[in-house]
Design a protein around this ligand. Structure first.
Ligand code: SAM
Ligand code: SF4
Length: 497
């Protein structure tokens, strides 16, 4: 388990009656950009599918929500080419791992899994094993030729060629396509919703990233930023709404730089315009988005969020560090003061808006002073939630080329623990402030720890549980919930008539 997840366990030391840590971790982290509980999840969307497929594929996903969303595109492409899905890799003709390179630990997890599949392959030589996503891009043919761990290597922009690559691999050829594209957005592909709750769906609005944060491998593994046709996004969201979905999350590495011009160049759609178009599909369809880069989120976006009730009042605004010196080394292009001014503006335009962040500890040259700056910034912002990591040097990144990874691991981890402990306190304080308030909650399903309770989220993205009895409510309904109690991870309440 990555250290970020391991350390957040202490985050959950407060106990709810009859709950356990994993239940609460699931409730806290599901529906977030990087969901630790879903790492390595396997899918079988067509388990009830009446079609008889000649071949079966099995897919596991790792990393951020973009990867999980990509697996839905891959499933659609394979399904259209005669492959049915299975949750049991033992009966699969094609085993795929959609991988993440963001931290070394993520790659190690996948390598371990590939070694397990290699052993199974010895017993079933006909089974093909493929690596998709960021590791495919980063390691290219190393996995195929040097390590002989896999039969196929397919980068994030090459999924359309997957059926052809499978044919090549079946005939014993090396099947590799890691070409990055400046155009590919898979706009015309209807993703197959994998193991969805039928209530919330993720919709990819752009791919790649043009920022060059010095610690980050994403610009190298996912290529240049490109925005998807706005009308294909609207169509997908409209269809989801018609199918009964109640929430869409618009996904991209940097959604605020979404920019789409139609072919005649007479319509420009910015992220604010896109948000508005999606919000207008239906007042009962909630709209969320992830991730915002602090330098790109505009006043227009904030005012659009304020204008539409169904655009959720929640912003994930990763800061990474509270020290201006470190932010400069990270090439984040803002200072501590600039970030704080942005947070102030959010609080002015959107009072009560939920706010969360990503934090990295132990980046190159980070001093105790820099670390204290991070702690004080977190305290000032009063984040409701954070994803917290210690720095992991990634080969080829600007930081790996320019700076020594000079902070000892135990110092990185000690600082991470301090950040995690602080976030635990901030989350509890934020939740306590909600006691006595009434929130509109979209019911996502049963509470994982107690089936007599519903679990849903407020607009601010906080998990709220409340007793089902006497409410007459169902999954997918909106409920007004009066908060009566809380833990660090969850608000507890009662539905109002
Ligand atoms: N595009 C988003 C942004 O700019 O905030 C996030 C992208 S990344 C998939 C998610 C998070 O992983 C980052 O915000 C950062 O905190 C963390 N991360 C990225 N590279 C890292 C590294 N080399 N070591 C530790 N954490 C890293
Ligand atoms: Fe990585 Fe920075 Fe792009 Fe986020 S904005 S994906 S951290 S380079």
């Amino acid at each position: 388990m990555p250290i970020a997840a391991k350390l957040t366990q202490s985050d959950f030391s407060l106990s709810l009656p009859s709950s356990n840590f994993y239940d609460r971790m699931l409730e806290l982290t599901s529906n977030k950009a990087h969901d630790e509980t879903r790492q390595g999840e396997a899918y079988a969307p067509f388990s009830e599918d009446p079609n008889a497929y000649q071949k079966k594929f099995y897919i596991e996903s790792y990393g951020c929500q973009m990867n999980f969303s990509d697996s839905e595109i891959v499933a659609s492409i394979l399904n259209g080419n005669g492959f049915g899905a299975t949750k049991n890799f033992e009966e699969a003709d094609l085993v795929l791992l959609n991988t993440c390179s963001i931290r070394e630990k993520a790659e190690q997890t996948v390598r371990k899994r590939l070694t397990e599949f290699r052993k199974i392959k010895k017993k079933r030589p006909g089974m093909l094993v493929g690596v998709l996503g960021c590791m495919a891009e980063r390691l290219k043919s190393k996995l195929l030729e040097e390590e002989k761990l896999v039969d196929l290597v397919v980068g994030p922009d090459a999924y359309r060629t997957l059926p052809q690559l499978v044919v090549e691999a079946e005939s014993g050829q090396k099947a590799v396509n890691v070409l990055l594209s400046r155009e590919e957005t898979y706009a015309d592909i209807s993703p197959v919703r994998l193991d969805s709750n039928g209530i919330s769906a993720f919709v990819s609005i752009m791919r790649g990233c043009n920022n060059m944060c010095s610690f980050c491998v994403v610009p190298f593994t996912r290529g240049r930023e490109r925005s998807r046709d706005a009308y294909s996004i609207i169509r997908e969201c409209t269809q989801l709404s018609e199918e009964g979905y109640k929430e869409v999350t618009l996904l991209g590495q940097n959604v605020d730089s979404y920019y789409w011009l139609d072919e005649q160049h007479d319509e420009l759609v910015t992220f604010a315009k896109l948000l508005e178009k999606v919000a207008l599909i239906s007042p009962t369809l909630r709209v969320r988005f992830s991730t915002s880069h602090p330098k790109d989120i505009t006043e227009e976006v904030l005012h659009t969020i304020a204008k539409y009730e169904n655009i959720c009042k929640y912003i994930h605004l990763p800061v990474q560090s509270g020290s201006t010196r470190i932010l400069q080394l990270m090439n984040r292009t803002y200072t501590r003061e600039w970030y704080l001014a942005k947070v102030n503006r959010i609080r002015e335009i959107l009072p009560g808006c939920g706010l969360s962040s990503d934090v990295i500890t132990g980046f190159c040259t980070e001093t105790e002073e820099d670390h204290k700056d991070t702690l004080s910034l977190m305290e000032y912002c009063g984040y409701d939630m954070s994803y917290m990591f210690f720095y992991s040097e990634r080969p080829g990144t600007l930081a790996a080329r320019r700076y020594a990874d000079d902070i000892p691991e135990q110092v990185k981890k000690k600082r991470l623990q301090e950040v995690v402990d602080l976030q635990g306190r901030l989350s509890l304080e934020s939740n306590k402030k909600d006691i006595g308030k009434i929130f509109e909650v979209l019911i996502e399903g049963d509470s994982r720890k107690n089936k007599d309770f519903w679990m849903g989220r407020s607009s601010q993205n906080k998990v709220i549980v409340f007793p089902k009895e006497g409410t007459g409510l169902n999954k997918g309904d909106y409920a007004k919930v009066h908060v009566t109690d809380c833990t660090q991870a969850t608000l507890i309440g009662k539905a109002r008539p």
